[in-house]
Structures are given as C-alpha cells and as structure tokens.
Design a protein around this ligand. Structure first.
Ligand code: PEP
Ligand code: MG
Length: 582
C-alpha cells in the first residue's frame, strides 16, 4: 500500500497504464523467455534513435560554431557503434531476463562509476561522456509514448510522474477511471479537473512509477489517499464493499437534488458549481447546483494550436448561459499561467510561474486577446444571467484598468449594434493577500467578490500549491486563512456587495462549518460535492457556526484548527458518512 494526497473522491479498481517515468524512475521487472527478442529490439531502436538525435545536434552545432568543436559528437556516436556497454546489455537481457531499461541503467551506472573513480581528468571526462550518451538512450527507452488520452481502447487507471491540467482536460472519463501521480497538490488544476470529471485520484504518491507496471491491478482510494498495487483477495473484497457503500451514499444524497440548502435556522445558502468546460453543464444540473460560481474559461485555450475566436467563445458561453438561465453564470476571464500554460500565446516559462505574468496581468498586457474574450462574454450575457469576474486582482489599478477595457469592448459592440446586458455585474476574485488587505477599497470598484482560497492560501503561506513536498504547509483551516477571509467578508458586508467563495475549501465540510460562521453564505464547488455539502448545511445552525468560527480565529496552529473543526463536524454528520467521505 502506498500513500498520497487524496484529491478526488471515490474508489476505483482497475488495470494500470503507466504513462511515463523520469529517468531516475527506471522500472524493474522480469520478462518471459519469449519477450527477450522484443526487449533487444527495443534496445536497438533506442540506440538508432539516439544516433539520429546526435547527428542532428552535431549538424546544428556545426552550423553555429564550426566543425572543430563538433568532434565531441563523433566520440559520442562511436560509443553507440561498438561498445561493451551495448554488448553487455544484450547479453544480460538474455541471461538475467530483466527489462532492458533496468539492465542498461545498471551497466551504465557501473561503467560511469569505474571511470570516474580513476584519478585522471581525461578519463573523468570520458565518464561524463558515457553518462551523457547513456542517459540519452535511457530517455528514449523510457520516452513517453504519445498516448492519446481522449481515445483509449480500454478502461485504465493512469499512473504517471505528473499529469498536466491539459492532459486531464483531454481524458475520456469512461476510459480513464482513476489516476495516481508522484507530483501535485490538492489545489493543482490537475486535481481540480479530476474532481470536476469525477475521476478518483491520488497525487503525491512517492516513486509510484517505479512500483507499478502497465497491466498491474491497482486500487485508488480517492477518499483516504491510499493506492494499493496487486491487492490480496481480502483487501480487494474490503474495497469492493467500500465502493458499494459510497455508491449507496451517493444515491441517498442524490435525493437532496431539489431541496433547498437552508440552515436549520432558515438562512438561505447558495451552492453553485465550478466548471472548466461547457460539457459539464449536464452534471451541474444533475447535482442540483444554484448556478455557476466560477467558469474557468482558460480551458478553452488549452490543447490547441490557435487562440479561440470571439465566435467560438461566444458560442461556448452562450450555450452555458442558456442552459443555466435564469440562474447566474460567473464567467472568469482568462487565467493562464501558474500550472496552466499555452505556448501559442507565447507565455514564456518563468522561474516563479505562479508569481509571474499570469491571469489579469497577462490580459492587461494583451488587450486584444482580452477584449476578444470580453466581447464574447458580453454578447453571451444577452441570453441569460451573466457576470464577469477578473482573476488575480492585486490592487485597485488593475481593477480599474480591466473595467476600462470592458467599457471599450462594450463600445465596440455598440458600434456593431450587437446586444448585451448593459447592467452586467463585474466582480473581483480575492486571491492575493494584498487584495484581501484592501478589500474595503476594492469593494467600491467591484460589484461582487469571490474568494479564491486556492491561491490565497498559496500566496499567504508562500507555499506552491502544486508541490507535494511542502503540502504539509498548505493548511486551509489555519486561523491565518480565516482571519483573511473574515476581513474580506466584513468589507463586502460593509459595502453591501455579495461575497462568495470558489476555492476548494468551499467543498470541504469542516471548512464550510467555519465559513458559515464567518457569514459566508454563497459557495461554489465541483458539482459532485454539492449534495454532500447541502446535507451538511441543512444540519447546521448559524449561531453554532458563529461560535465555531469565533473559536477557530483564536487558535494558534492549523493542526489545532483541523482537530477542532473535525471534532465539531463529527457531531453534525453521521458516523457512517465520515467513514465514507473521510
Ligand atoms: C482559487 O485560486 O481559489 C481559484 C478558485 O482559482 P484557480 O483554482 O483556478 O486558481
Ligand atoms: Mg486562483
């Protein structure tokens, strides 16, 4: 059993498809006699590919700096011609019957070490050469075969070092039934997508790519964060029962679809949905969401070689707006950057991508791209109830500048006589600490606030939200987070503008209890979580929640707050559900 960070609930049992591994993650497995030839062919193909690459690099090098310095590549190529490395690898595949990458990496390691142990600069350099060439061969052996995730033939559980948000966006959820990765955090966009697509997932599972091979049986427990490889029959039985329990609970919760999410004392609570694509509209309706609190439009821009036109965007936004009408759709303008890249827009990879030219900063620098999107949103607003929201606002001037561009977009539509909602509301995401600190001033410029705790926590604690190594510092229930949220809610109430929360905290029962106590009554989350949160809310009295929040604000550590909130929530949710949902 391996452990990681649970990011998308549910239990799946299936066959592994190992997507890729880093060079350090060389798999080791026995091969049958009849697979020996196939392993040797894989090896010779990797060698030929490496040769072709080296020749190409050499050619470019000669073009750049001339022939004299390019001789090193001849030496490298020679190593791939006749080398004891190659012969020994083939021999050992035959004798020991292990997979080629394992055999080759061991031989390479030994050869490099024996050369580098010799006290001679020239020989030491040759060790570096062998290592260099050897790693190229290994890379080609381990190269991620391009697997089209939208077109898999069988149902699989993906295992990979990392899965990007754009990979996730392509997944066919009927085929990819679960996944486990070595990298990632609970609020990475890959995790968020998994929840949206209702694919159980665990991230941050150390070295999992070294511990499984394609075809292994695997259990993903997206509630507890456990991953079990080739389980015994008793473990399998236990998880089959657990899976059935979850299904039963989901069926029971689905009966709440049409009931209101009022608290015990009658406070109306809005539970809206977060979406990443227009395809999710049906799931939102099925889960009984009150509108869309966050439409992450950047996913329209990923996995393609061009920028979506105004018309294409208009059609997507209009479709969602009409389906959700008369309920509100909050369309967030482009939030690229961080863990969401798109090469076509020329966003350079930055050292600190989450702190870089992303979201509203990028849009203000590219007013044409921004205006195209704004025109599309405005045009869609004619067909229902739409609001515009800007991501990553860090201060007043960004908010003002963005609003000026909205006015320009409106004028352009006026000139073409295209209709739009003239009273469209414009809101700010509060997800940068500086914005939280001046929320009272921003409230004068914004028609509403939506608190993006995923980023707010990341920036407040200086903890990268996608880095599993420091995920222990990423603590949504830390009193510091609640103090910031309280500032934002108080400022919004003072200015009499609506405030909601659309970060992942909005879908975590223990956090929801404290948030209700701080006076937050509008939540937006992955639609799959809505029934569970609705059930909770209906068992809460806002007076009790206020007492809980007051207590949390005075605690000194995140751990204390976690313990306290979980003990309070246990009193509200029945034991059975805690057991299932964790
Ligand atoms: C957030 O930061 O909390 C948020 C909802 O936006 P995203 O997760 O897309 O950054
Ligand atoms: Mg954000």
């Amino acid at each position: 059993m391996l452990n990681g960070i649970p990011v998308s609930p549910g239990i799946v049992i299936g066959k592994v498809l190992l997507l890729d591994s880093r060079i350090s993650a060389v798999p080791k497995y026995k091969i049958n006699k009849d697979k020996i030839v196939r392993e040797i062919i894989r090896f010779t193909r990797a060698i030929s590919k490496t040769k072709r690459e080296l020749i190409e690099i050499q050619r470019k090098f000669i073009d750049k700096v001339g022939k004299t310095h390019a001789a090193i590549f001849d030496a490298h190529l020679l190593m791939l011609e006749d080398s004891s490395l190659i012969e020994e690898t083939i021999e050992q595949i035959r004798d020991k019957q292990f997979n080629v990458e394992f055999v080759f990496s061991r031989i390479l390691g030994k050869a490099t070490k024996s050369f580098s142990d010799i006290d001679d600069e020239y020989i030491k350099e040759r060790a570096a050469d062998i290592n260099d060439v050897g790693r190229r061969v290994l890379k080609n052996l381990l190269a991620r075969k391009h697997i089209d995730l939208s077109n898999l033939k069988e149902r699989v559980v993906l295992v990979s070092h990392d899965v990007s948000p754009s990979d996730t966006a392509q997944m066919d959820k009927n085929k990819v039934i679960g996944f486990a990765t070595e990298m990632g955090g609970r609020t990475s966009h890959t995790a968020i997508m998994a929840r949206t697509l209702e694919i159980p997932a665990v991230v941050g599972v150390k070295d999992i790519t070294q511990k499984v091979i394609t075809g292994d049986t695997i259990i993903i427990d997206g509630v507890k964060g456990a991953v079990i490889v080739n389980p015994s029959s008793s473990i399998l039985e236990k998880y089959l029962k657990k899976r059935a329990d979850i299904k039963l609970l989901e069926r029971r919760l689905s009966r709440l679809k049409n009931v209101r999410a009022d608290t015990l004392d009658g406070q109306k609570i809005q539970l809206a949905a977060n979406i990443e694509s227009q395809d999710e509209v049906h799931s939102i309706i099925a889960h009984g969401a009150n509108g869309i609190g966050l439409y992450r439009t950047e996913f329209l821009y990923l996995n393609r070689n061009d920028i979506p036109s105004e018309e294409e965007q208009f059609n997507a936004y209009k479709f969602v707006t009409q389906k959700i009408n008369p309920q509100n759709v909050v369309i967030r303008t482009l939030d690229l950057g961080g863990d969401k890249f798109i090469s076509k827009l020329g966003t350079p990879k930055e050292m600190n991508s989450f702190l870089g030219l992303r979201a509203i900063r990028f849009c203000l620098k590219q007013p044409d791209i921004f205006k195209t999107q704004l025109r599309a949103i405005l045009r869609a607003s004619h067909y229902g109830n739409v609001s515009i929201m800007f991501p990553m606002i860090s201060g007043l001037s960004e908010m003002r500048e963005a609003k000026v561009i909205v006015e320009t977009a409106k004028n352009e539509l006026d000139r073409k006589n295209l209709p739009y909602d003239r009273n469209i509301k414009i809101g700010a995401m509060i997800e940068v600490p500086s914005a939280a600190l001046i929320a009272d001033m921003l409230a004068k410029e914004a028609d509403f606030f939506s608190i993006g705790t995923n980023d707010l926590i990341q920036y407040s604690f200086a903890v990268d939200r996608v880095n599993e190594k420091i995920s222990y510092l990423y603590r949504p229930n830390h009193p510091a987070v609640y103090r910031l949220i309280k500032m934002i809610v108080d400022a919004a109430n003072e200015a009499d503008i609506p405030v909601s929360i659309c970060g992942e905290m909005a879908g975590v029962p223990a956090s929801v209890l404290a948030l209700l106590g701080l006076g937050l009554f509008r939540f937006s989350m992955a639609s799959v979580i809505i029934p569970e949160i609705k059930k909770l809310v209906r068992h809460v009295n806002t007076n009790d929640a206020r007492k809980v929040a007051k207590h949390v604000l005075k605690l000194s550590t995140g751990k204390e707050a976690d313990r306290y909130l979980i003990s309070r929530i246990k009193k509200i949710i029945s034991r059975a559900e805690i057991e299932v949902y964790g």
